[in-house]
Design a protein around this ligand. Sequence first.
Ligand code: ATP
Length: 219
Amino acid sequence: MSRASLKVGMLGGTFDPVHLGHLRSAVEVREALGLDWLHMIPAPQPPLRDTPQVSPEQRLALLKKGIADTPGIIADGRELRREGPSYSVDTLAELRTEYGEAVPLVMIIGFDAFLRLTQWRRVDDIFSLAHLVVIARPGYQAPWPSALKELVGNRVVDKVSTLMQRPCGALLSLSLPSMMAISATYIRERLRAGESVRYLLPEAVEQSILQQGFYQTHE
Ligand code: ATP
């Protein structure tokens, strides 16, 4: 396939740990948008939350196990190789340089993350680098705050085909078929309480967490 016809997505997160809510969303959003590649990118130092207990390298290793051989989905450790806090705008700039100006590049975020978008660094620049696709997440429904409405302005489109006519600058909201009410917080809480997390995350990820004792003790 020629580079010009590629479509690329990025799904960033803390992935502390990766779970089936992330992975099934990744597969479904890749299908819905017709993406050739979806980069799942763990943040070593998420700017808007406390430092995770499990190291960035360990979270990346769990992500790799979780993705395994899933076609088109890449466990991308690029933010671990950068100094300082991880800003999505810098990551998008890197991807834009690698894939070139013409390729539609899409940043995918859950609705909970979207509600905090105005706090992100250089948020205006995000739309000059990428499109934004916001995916619905069970348990999160709210009217858009006015600052968010102002930020998004007239960028909203309602079809994937409209989004893909340009390389960046539009926003599409999507409800994917399998909405999963799974969060990493819930998984960490269950592990801390010695409760089962079976079927909330891939078996290989569960095994690895249990073997290494992650999330199972207070620090
Ligand atoms: P935590 O509970 O620790 O805050 P999380 O489960 O929300 O973690 P993150 O790593 O913070 O996971 O999420 C990364 C991205 O994936 C965010 O954009 C988030 O909205 C999205 N996401 C996480 N879980 C789901 C889910 N179950 N369905 C859809 N999107 C999700």
